[in-house]
Ligand binder design. Structure first.
Ligand SMILES: C[S@@+](CC[C@H](N)C(=O)[O-])C[C@H]1O[C@@H](n2cnc3c(N)ncnc32)[C@H](O)[C@@H]1O
Length: 189
């Protein structure tokens, strides 16, 4: 059941050119979640739930942790909610609709895993909006740091100069991009 939902979501993203991590980067993100075993993941940019499904599968398998995922497009967020329910992981996810920068400020629980995957120029404002809730240490992932480097230069300069931070490149088989990178930073106070 879970695999069927994930397959449907991936196909829909490819057909309708809805942005998603794609399997190459999603496997990497899932491995990062498995390694970190987070109590609370926050994701900026749900789209229709592709990356969310990959992370929720890990949380379900390890029996620990939950996800708050934020999407500004209500239609996409509703589709993601339906997929989370159909995949049987809706009890592990809180899907919020609105501007990530604003919604992040309402999160009061400690956040030990952050995935930035919304509009590129919002990465640094989003990081700053949730920084007070980040645990010490916290795992912070930023997608599209290859194709979006210019628009998120402030964010990249900050994490690379303040924290242990690595850029991981991927060959990707998506209709709209063939090579991109994810930045993994270990936030420490
Ligand atoms: C790259 S897609 C997310 C892909 C998703 N993480 C996945 O891999 O399946 C970026 C999403 O961020 C959303 N977005 C853009 N600006 C946003 C904002 N300020 N707050 C929340 N979501 C935003 C877009 O509507 C879009 O659906």
């Amino acid at each position: 059941m879970f695999d069927d939902v994930l397959k449907e979501v991936e196909e829909k993203c490819r057909e309708e050119r809805i942005p998603m991590l794609g399997p190459e980067k999603a496997k990497f993100v899932a491995n990062c979640v498995e390694k970190a075993k987070p109590s609370l993941i926050v994701e900026c940019g749900t789209a229709i739930g592709y990356s969310g499904l990959w992370m929720l599968r890990v949380l379900k398998n390890i029996g620990h942790g939950r996800l708050i995922t934020i999407e500004i497009d209500s239609n996409r967020a509703e589709q993601a909610r339906t997929s989370f329910k159909n995949a049987g992981v809706d009890d592990l996810v809180d899907s919020r609709i609105g501007d990530a920068q604003k919604i992040l400020k309402s999160i009061t629980d400690p956040v030990d895993f952050l995935l930035l995957d919304n509009n590129f120029d919002n990465y640094f404002p989003c990081f700053q909006a949730i920084e007070s809730q980040l645990t010490n240490p916290a795992t912070v992932l930023a997608d599209n740091v290859g194709i979006g480097a210019d628009a998120m230069a402030d964010y990249l300069e900050h994490v690379r100069s303040h924290y242990e931070s690595e850029t991981h490149w991927f060959d990707i088989n998506l209709p709209w991009v063939k090579k991109d990178a994810i930045e993994v930073s270990i936030y420490r106070r």
